[in-house]
Design a protein around this ligand. Structure first.
Ligand code: 13P
Length: 343
């Protein structure tokens, strides 16, 4: 393990004004996204769509530090034969790879999941490094439902797997993004989200320490502390920012270079406004960089504008460039509502 190299990559992933594009939808998830715009999910269409994003040069160069890819995409070439990984590198961005195999039912815990994918991971990481990946992602899913879910058992099995994955990544000189996602589905309030997120993060950092993972070469990808979508009592932007920063200050060691949020079902503008409020209000109180690793909150607008039609590519690229810029500004705490509609 070369910790100096890992730390350099981790810092580049959270460079000022930049964040990560999560374009690592599994075959099932990208099909769902394409279904929503009535486009058939063929290998060529998936390639065309992602190539369009990676060729949005102003977004990629100025606001996107890295791109998370799915196994199919890291092996794909653009229509003109250029490997997609090369397009990303030429835009000055870092290629990354999703390596987990998805959340599966957890035995003995009805309604809960554990993420699989550790078998053969050492060999897969070596191959991904050779294909150009310099960071990886593993997503654990923690649901909140009633008083008994999540169970301590669900959290401990998931953070144990996250730490095993992270240690293998560092051995392969790949920066692990550790993603314990506390879902925002459900009707729980923001206080319950705080408690579950706090327990999850404290458990995660215990386990990373137990398994000798170097935090200097690790990036955390968490949920924000936020009320469930079906909760009648939705928190304000200021409250989400305050409670999220409070939770992370209590749980996340200063040695970690950065935290990059998932958007998790927030609207595009909510995801931007929340990130902005944290950076505008608390930058001098946070030892790590705070940025984005959004999937839906970066891609919903371009996906809709594209609709699978080549003639819509310029409009879709403009929509992607706009969201990337808004989130880049939010990373600096310089976004405002007025900028959303400015030309
Ligand atoms: P969303 O921003 O759509 O939640 O996706 C981010 C991600 O990579 C989830 O694993």
């Amino acid at each position: 393990m070369d910790l100096t190299a890992l730390n350099k990559i981790a810092n580049a992933m959270v460079a000022p004004g930049k964040g990560i594009l999560a374009a690592d939808e599994s075959s099932g998830t990208i099909k769902k996204r394409f279904d929503s715009i009535n486009v058939e999910s063929t290998e060529d269409m998936r390639r065309d769509y992602r190539e369009m994003l990676f060729r949005t040069s102003e977004a990629m160069r100025d606001y996107v530090s890295g791109v998370i890819l799915f196994d199919e995409t890291i092996r794909q070439s653009a229509k003109d034969g250029t490997p997609l990984v090369k397009l990303i590198e030429e835009a000055g961005s870092i290629p990354g790879i999703k390596v987990d195999k998805g959340a599966k039912d957890l035995a003995g815990a009805p309604g809960e999941k554990v993420t699989e994918g550790l078998d053969g991971l050492r060999e897969r990481l070596k191959e991904y490094y050779d294909l150009g990946a310099r960071f990886a992602k593993w997503r654990a899913v923690i649901d909140i439902a009633g008083d008994d879910i999540p169970s301590g058992y669900c959290i401990s099995t998931n953070v144990h797997a996250l730490a095993r994955y992270a240690a293998l990544c560092q051995e392969a000189n790949i920066v692990p993004i550790v993603e314990p996602e506390v879902l925002m589905d459900g009707d729980h309030d923001i206080d319950r989200c705080y408690d579950v997120t706090e327990f999850t993060l404290k458990s995660l950092f215990d386990e990373l320490y137990a398994q000798d993972v170097a935090l200097e070469g690790t990036i955390l990808k968490p949920n924000m502390v936020i009320a469930g979508k079906k909760c009648p009592d939705q928190a304000s932007v200021a409250q989400v920012a305050e409670m999220t920063v409070k939770c992370f200050r209590a749980c996340v060691p200063a040695a970690l270079p950065g935290i990059v949020f998932l958007s998790g079902g927030q609207s595009d503008e909510e995801a931007t406004a929340h990130l902005n409020a944290m950076n505008a209000g608390y930058k001098d109180k946070m030892p790590w960089a705070l940025s984005f690793s959004y999937g839906r909150a970066l891609q919903a607008a371009p996906l809709k504008a594209w609709g699978g039609k080549p003639e819509n590519v310029p409009a879709a690229q403009a929509a992607f460039a706009h969201r990337a810029k808004m989130n880049g500004l939010a990373q600096l705490g310089e976004w405002s509502d007025g900028l959303e509609n400015a030309a």
